[in-house]
Design a protein around this ligand. Structure first.
Ligand code: 3HC
Length: 336
């Protein structure tokens, strides 16, 4: 049966005819598929098809890049937080995101890719990271909305990943999700404070932020299932447990009641409760905008990449000093 996944693999092979597989490889693939069907979790030392490994390196490294780049829009506001409490909370959140990046790069390294390779892919613009971080955080209300919507969407997408068939990724996700819940709650609480105790201007600032972040947050879940070249195989292999569209719908259904409690509206005139589906119908996503931002033409793509490249260059002396120290320690041990 010719599947979309074979299409992806053929495309990756540049359309060249695939080498004939040995009986041993075919037997290993069959055993691997049987493990996946049995609900097994795959460890780094286990045999896995090259395409499974490549898919995980792609997804986990891009997830890690998203965490690191995601520190930038919020980091901009640490010095401008309105109170010491908000500053302390935001500091903790941004530090958490750095830690999430670390767990995820470490999980990707178990698949044989190096940190330097992944960093080079990000800095060159070759690797993707979540489109959402290519939008500017214009006001303090954006920080609350990022916590509420962006981290809320991240949790929706990451909870199923705690059951990903690749065990190191699943384990990293369990810890990440605990911290994401704090991220989402602090954002929502900040908005609730502004919407219940704030001035008219502060309430307008919150609504303006919701208007700018709502649709990009829905785009975080990826293209529609029918346009997702990776989903079929990722679902087959238990990397994805729920599809892009299913998670997006779950996020909308969970978030609209929260918006009502906040007293904000989402910028979607087509949003309405569907009694039959017991779910919200919502408007059409601007996929041209999504692919434009994914393709590097979003409002902040260049700025984000420049910031990551500057951080890499500025950090060269730290890397050199750490390597020099490690070499010195190693030569001391050799001499002992
Ligand atoms: N931004 C950028 N690229 C995206 C994207 C997005 N929002 N959604 C999809 N894409 C890319 C995919 O990477 C893929 O390109 P590639 O093959 O070159 O990698 C292409 O669009 C087609 O999309 P698919 O749906 O076929 O790709 P996937 O099966 O990989 O699904 C995904 C996309 C749902 C994002 C999946 O990769 C995933 O679940 N990743 C792990 C979670 C993650 O990365 N979340 C990002 C946010 S992290 C975060 O928010 C941090 C928090 O602390 C704030």
């Amino acid at each position: 049966m010719y599947t979309q996944a074979m299409d992806v693999m053929a495309r990756e092979a540049g359309g060249k005819p695939q080498p004939v597989k040995s009986a041993e490889t075919l037997a290993r693939e069959a055993a691997f598929e049987a493990r996946i069907d049995a609900g097994d979790f795959i460890e780094a030392k286990d045999w896995m098809p090259d395409h499974y490994r490549k898919t995980l390196v792609r997804q986990i490294s891009q997830h890690a890049h998203s965490e690191i780049v995601g520190m930038l829009p919020e980091g901009n506001w640490i010095t401008r937080a309105p109170t010491l409490k908000r500053k302390a909370i935001l500091l903790a959140k941004v530090q958490d995101e750095g830690g999430h990046g670390l767990y995820l790069y470490a999980a990707a390294e178990t698949l044989g890719t190096s940190r330097d390779e992944m960093t080079a892919a990000l800095l060159s613009g070759k690797a993707k990271y979540s489109s959402i971080f290519n939008y500017p955080a214009l006001t303090w209300a954006d920080i609350g909305v990022i916590g509420w919507l962006v981290d809320g969407a991240a949790i929706m997408n990451q909870v199923p990943l705690c059951r990903c068939s690749y065990a190191p990724y699943a384990r990293a996700m369990i810890r990440v999700c605990r911290e994401e819940s704090f991220h989402q709650r602090q954002g929502y609480e900040s908005l609730l404070t502004m919407m219940t105790k704030g001035t008219a201007q502060q309430k307008a600032m919150v609504q303006d932020a919701v208007n700018r972040w709502w649709w990009p947050s829905l785009m975080m879940f990826g293209p529609a299932d029918k346009d997702s070249p990776n989903s079929e195989q990722s679902i087959r292999w238990g990397i994805k447990r729920v599809t892009n569209d299913q998670l997006r719908q779950k996020f909308v259904d969970a978030t609209i009641p929260q918006a009502e409690i906040l007293g904000v509206t989402v910028p979607d005139p087509d949003l309405k409760w569907n009694e039959v589906r017991q779910s919200y119908d919502f408007g059409v996503i601007d996929w041209a905008e999504f692919w434009r931002v994914v393709g590097g033409e979003g409002p902040c793509n260049r700025e984000r990449l420049a910031a990551r490249n500057k951080a890499w260059d500025d950090g060269a002396w730290v890397r050199d000093a750490a390597l020099a120290h490690a070499r010195k320690q190693a030569s001391k041990q050799d001499a002992a």
